[in-house]
Ligand binder design. Structure first.
Ligand code: ATP
Length: 289
């Protein structure tokens, strides 16, 4: 099999992998996302944050093809296969061709299947191709045997880096919550995405599980050059691992910069981090509201 470590994607700092331009999503009269533009740069961890209902999940759903945006353009620059206009593609092509993978707020594993089986299901497409879409596996064709070995080796590699090797034969549903989250991420990495979108990966994790998650995400970025886009409520995770933070409020972008920059931005303090009631007027005056 090709060595999963052998081809880290180059990482020129200014090179965007995802460009969102004037994205608007309306549900009837409600503007869930309004005229949003931002970039996620290649090889970086970009966090999208904001209060409840700010439009974060809607942005993810537009990027990954679950929603068709009302307006706007979303360009994914795959360094290998070229540019894709995601808003014009069905969701399965976004994952298969453009190589964008995602995880969900609520974990979506096959709970009754083993950890290893979950990892192999993610590699269904290459295995089906190698089986000639029917009898290759039954006939024991060499191509299928090779593809199967590669799939198992890739699964083993990601299980090791997610700290799950010892649980490979256990039902996924038996894993502690934090381990299930890492399994979802490891499973997504088996599809070799260029952009991995994570919807609240730290939700419900205890501090030790949060550290293990951070370690896995850093490994993915550093050793594979995979770009990460995450929605996160846990500010300690955002500040610790993000290179770039985009802040939404009521569907609009109110801040965009390094973690240190957005943390100091009075608009963010007022809208997201929260201020004492007695301070609201003062902060609003400072930011011109
Ligand atoms: N399918 C839908 N139909 C109608 N309204 C929707 C739909 N999806 C989202 N919304 C509305 O769009 C707005 C943004 O929701 P969204 O879930 O994107 O926010 P969020 O920032 O992800 O919130 P949270 O942090 O609570 O997950 C909300 O007012 C929500 O009720």
């Amino acid at each position: 099999m090709s060595d999963p470590m052998s081809d880290p994607i180059s990482n020129p700092a200014s090179d965007p992998i995802l460009t969102v331009e004037h994205l608007t999503m309306r549900f009837g009269g409600l503007v869930a996302v309004g005229d949003l533009s931002f970039e996620a740069r290649r090889g970086e961890i970009t966090a999208v944050i904001g209060p409840n209902g700010a439009g974060k999940t809607t942005v993810f759903n537009c990027i990954t093809g679950f929603y068709k945006p009302t307006e706007g353009q979303i360009t994914l620059k795959n360094p290998v296969s070229g540019d894709y206009l995601l808003e014009q593609m069905p969701d399965f092509m976004i994952s298969r061709q453009a190589k964008v993978a995602r995880t969900f707020q609520n974990i979506r594993l096959f709970a009754g299947m083993t950890v290893l089986e979950n990892m192999l299901v993610a590699q269904h497409n290459p295995l089906m191709r190698a089986s000639l879409f029917s009898i290759g596996g039954i006939l024991g064709l060499p191509g299928y045997g090779r593809a199967e070995k590669e799939a198992i080796a890739k699964a083993a590699y990601w299980l090791e880096h997610a700290g799950l090797t010892a649980r490979a034969d256990d039902p996924a549903g038996d894993l502690p919550y934090g381990a299930q989250r890492r399994l979802e991420i490891a499973r997504a990495m088996c599809t070799e995405p260029v952009l991995l979108c994570l919807d609240e990966p730290a939700a419900g994790l205890n501090p030790r599980e949060s550290l293990e998650l951070n370690k896995l995400l850093r490994f993915i970025r550093k050793e594979h050059g995979t770009s990460l886009l995450l929605i996160e409520h846990d500010m300690s995770v955002v500040m610790e691992i993000s290179d770039h933070v985009v802040v939404l409020d009521y569907g609009r972008k109110i801040s965009d910069g390094s973690p240190a920059e957005v943390r100091e931005d009075p608009k963010v303090i007022a809208a997201y981090l929260g201020v004492d009631d007695s301070e609201v007027e003062k902060v609003e005056a400072e930011v011109g509201l």
